[in-house]
Design a protein around this ligand. Sequence first.
Ligand SMILES: Nc1ncnc2c1ncn2[C@@H]1O[C@H](COP(=O)(O)OP(=O)(O)O)[C@@H](O)[C@H]1O
Ligand SMILES: Cc1cn([C@H]2C[C@H](O)[C@@H](COP(=O)(O)O)O2)c(=O)[nH]c1=O
Length: 217
Amino acid sequence: MAELHFFTGTMDSGKSTLALQTNHNHAARGRVGRIFTTHDRAGQAVLSSRLGLTHDALEVDSDFDFWKYVVDTLTRGGRIDYLICDEAQFYSAAQIDQLAKVVDELQIDVFAFGILTDFRTQLFPGSGRLVELADRMNVLQVEALCWCGKRATHNARTENGAMVTDGEVVVVGDVDQADEPPADVAYEVLCRQHHRRRLTAARAKAVSLAPEPLPFG
Ligand SMILES: Nc1ncnc2c1ncn2[C@@H]1O[C@H](COP(=O)(O)OP(=O)(O)O)[C@@H](O)[C@H]1O
Ligand SMILES: Cc1cn([C@H]2C[C@H](O)[C@@H](COP(=O)(O)O)O2)c(=O)[nH]c1=O
């Protein structure tokens, strides 16, 4: 039986790497797949992993119809055994419904990868629909870590080094590896407590270096 799989984790937890590995393993056994992504950091129509691997992909724009694409391909004699769908948080709820229909009606496996929540801690529409519809939901085993050492569960956005909670939902960017000077817009993965307190690594460092008044008069 084909299934709709959803693999999720924070930014930088290895989702795109796993997407490429999944494709590699299925292709190595002679299965024929299609790779989709949207708004990848590396540009249009490419799926990229921070480990350096990339693969050509089909770019999913807002009016792309997965059901129509697959049915058209099969009707023209093409073969599709599975779909790899990266950055699935950016897909619309309707596109996730199309993926579920592809699984149920055409017995084609779908492997979707994406972050659950945005920089405001709210579910992306595509991810929310995947949580509702997926046969299997898997949280990535490689844990991204907050600066404090706890498991990172949230994606923070920083602007010029300061964490923000207002702005456009979709802004392509990368995790800020303590860049100096900080990027205009970057991301940092945090545990919930430090996301709530807006305590990024840079701010925690600044606070810890601030001179402390002695407890004497
Ligand atoms: N230089 C490196 N050496 C080993 N692992 C790395 C290196 N750079 C990145 N990684 C691994 O790659 C992961 C990010 O992979 P990626 O697939 O791009 O993540 P995601 O798609 O979830 O944002 C990191 O969590 C880390 O485990
Ligand atoms: C939290 C958040 C992220 N994004 C963007 C930033 C990146 O381009 C992708 C996530 O990619 P990754 O492979 O999981 O690192 O999403 C965004 O647009 N809005 C957000 O709130």
